[in-house]
Design a protein around this ligand. Structure first.
Ligand code: MD5
Ligand code: FE
Length: 205
C-alpha cells in the first residue's frame, strides 16, 4: 500500500521465524555495554522510548562512533543489511548505492510515544526501512512541510514493513499510541513494541 509518493506499507512482510530471530538478536543488542537506554533531549526531556543504536550511535542531532559515556557503539549486524536490501528491492525494485550501515532499535512499552519529527541526520537519500514486532501501534505519517495536519494514521502490526524513500524520506512522522497486549506471543517478545529502523549514513567507509 502506497501511503504517499515513495512511502510504502507492506503488512506482514516478516515471517514469524524472522520475527523470532530479530527478538533473540535484540536481546543481545539491548544488553550493556552500549545497550538500550532512554535518550535525553537537549531540552532535558527524556524520551519514553528506549533505544539502542548499531553501527553508528544517534544522539540528538548527530551520529557518532561512541556513546556519551565513551563506550563504542555495537557493530552493524549483517542480518539488518540483508533485510534492508531485500525490503527496498521488494518495494522499489532496486537497491540504493549507499550501503545500509545504521540500525536504530526502539522498544515502546504500553505508555511510550514518539512525537512528530523528521529523520534528517543522514547524508544519504537511501530509503529508511522500518520493521515492527509485537504490539500494534498507531503510526502517524505527516507531510514534508509542517509538523501539523494533514497526516494519516496507520495501524501498524507486528511483522509489518514500512519504507520511506523519494519525496517521503523527510516527512514528519511519529507514534502517538501503542495498543498494549496486541502482540503475538509466539515471537518471543515479552511485551511492548519493537521497532527496527535501518538507514544509510552516506558516510564514506
Ligand atoms: C517507529 N521510528 O515506529 C519509527 C519508525 C525513529 C522512528 O521514527 O526515528 O526511530 S521509522 C519511521 C520513518 C523513518 C524515516 C522517514 C519516515 C518515517 N517518514 O518519512 O515518515 O518507532
Ligand atoms: Fe523517525
Amino acid at each position: 500500500v502506497e501511503l504517499a509518493p515513495g512511502a510504502w506499507h507492506v503488512p506482514n512482510w516478516l515471517s514469524l521465524d524472522e520475527q523470532r530471530e530479530l527478538v533473540v538478536a535484540a536481546r543481545s543488542w539491548a544488553a550493556p555495554p552500549a545497550g538500550m537506554r532512554h535518550v535525553v533531549m537537549p531540552s532535558g526531556g527524556v524520551m519514553s522510548v528506549r533505544t539502542v543504536c548499531l553501527g553508528l550511535h544517534w544522539e540528538p542531532y548527530h551520529y557518532s562512533e561512541f556513546l556519551p559515556d565513551g563506550t563504542p557503539v555495537k557493530p552493524f549486524p549483517a542480518l539488518l543489511g540483508a533485510l534492508a536490501r531485500r525490503a527496498v528491492a521488494d518495494v522499489y525494485g532496486s537497491v540504493p548505492p549507499d550501503p545500509y550501515d545504521i540500525g536504530l532499535v526502539n522498544h515502546y512499552d504500553a505508555g511510550a510515544t514518539m512525537g512528530l519529527h523528521r529523520d534528517a541526520d543522514e547524508a544519504s537519500p537511501a530509503p529508511v526501512v522500518s520493521l515492527s514486532i509485537g504490539d500494534r501501534c498507531v503510526f502517524r505519517f505527516g507531510n514534508t512541510e509542517t509538523r501539523t495536519r494533514p497526516w494519516t494514521d496507520v495501524d501498524l502490526h507486528g511483522g509489518d514493513l514500512i519504507a520511506f524513500g523519494g519525496p517521503s524520506r523527510l516527512a514528519y512522522h511519529g507514534v502517538p499510541r501503542i495498543r498494549p497486549t496486541t502482540g503475538n506471543p509466539a515471537t518471543g517478545l515479552a511485551g511492548g513494541r519493537l521497532n527496527i529502523t535501518i538507514r544509510a549514513s552516506g558516510r564514506r567507509p
